[in-house]
Ligand binder design. Structure first.
Ligand code: ADP
Ligand code: ADP
Ligand code: ZN
Length: 213
């Protein structure tokens, strides 16, 4: 089962991708998480991507495509995977499809988590991310058991720099200009599935399970 999550920043892609990965036993591959880990470790890739991320801009395609194409060829991806945050541009989607096609493969479903812009700023300003394991919470709708502490690993929770309202507006513009066209792209190849992302996270997940069963 090879899945792609689509949706605006803050729509709940990561939250759903983690539930899918846990339920179906496939890896959750988040390019944002990979980049943040590289920044934290001070790698060369991390240095390159940081300036783009801080401004709410997309990282250039050439810094992300090979990374994902290599990742999905690893052994743990044999039974499938859920891609979260990739592809984000038409050229990224085309490169992924071309790499998969070489092995006679394709993306089974592109799940579009639909949330209107009005709800996004609220979601992002309330998002808290674990500095250690990448788990995400929301101060109102999905709070951790203990304020500021990750339920899963006990590390500290922070507001991501790029989740501040000024950067969120920029990221939404970038989403509409560069990522939203992927909805048409996956519609045309018959893989697109829309889910209503405005409801409670378990209700969003129920819609996804209906698609995957
Ligand atoms: P969100 O959770 O809001 O969807 P991500 O964690 O997926 O955000 O991504 C954070 C940032 O990392 C993006 O704003 C962008 O700068 C960069 N990024 C992540 N994935 C990609 C990608 N596939 N192409 C280009 N840039 C990316
Ligand atoms: P994305 O990966 O698309 O950027 P996240 O999964 O990180 O989005 O979710 C963004 C924020 O919204 C987080 O704070 C998350 O806890 C919260 N959230 C996710 N799904 C829902 C939902 N169905 N209802 C309310 N808040 C949600
Ligand atoms: Zn954690």
């Amino acid at each position: 089962m090879k899945l792609v999550m689509l949706g605006a920043p803050g729509a709940g892609k990561g939250t759903q991708a983690k539930m899918i990965a846990d339920t179906y036993g496939i890896p959750h591959i988040s390019t944002g998480d990979i980049f943040r880990a590289n920044i934290k470790e001070g790698t060369e890739l991390g240095t390159k991507v940081k300036t783009y991320m801080d401004q709410g801009l997309l990282v250039p395609d050439e810094l992300v495509v090979d990374l994902v194409v290599d990742r999905v060829q690893k052994d743990d991806c044999k039974n499938g995977y859920v891609l979260d945050g990739f592809p984000r541009t038409i050229p990224q989607a085309e490169s992924l499809d071309a790499a998969l096609a070489k092995a006679g493969d394709k993306i089974d479903f592109a799940i579009n988590v639909d949330v209107p812009d009005e709800n996004i700023v609220e979601r992002m300003s309330g998002r808290r991310a674990c500095v250690s394991c990448g788990a995400t919470y929301h101060i109102v709708s999905i709070p951790p058991k203990q304020e500021g502490i990750c339920d899963r690993c006990g590390a500290k929770l922070i507001l991501r720099d790029d989740d501040k309202p000024e950067t969120v507006k920029k990221r939404l513009d970038v989403y509409h200009a560069q990522t939203q066209p992927l909805i048409d792209y996956y519609e045309k190849c018959g893989a697109l599935k829309n889910v209503d992302g405005t409801v409670d996270m378990m209700q969003v997940f129920a819609q996804i399970q209906d698609i995957l069963k």
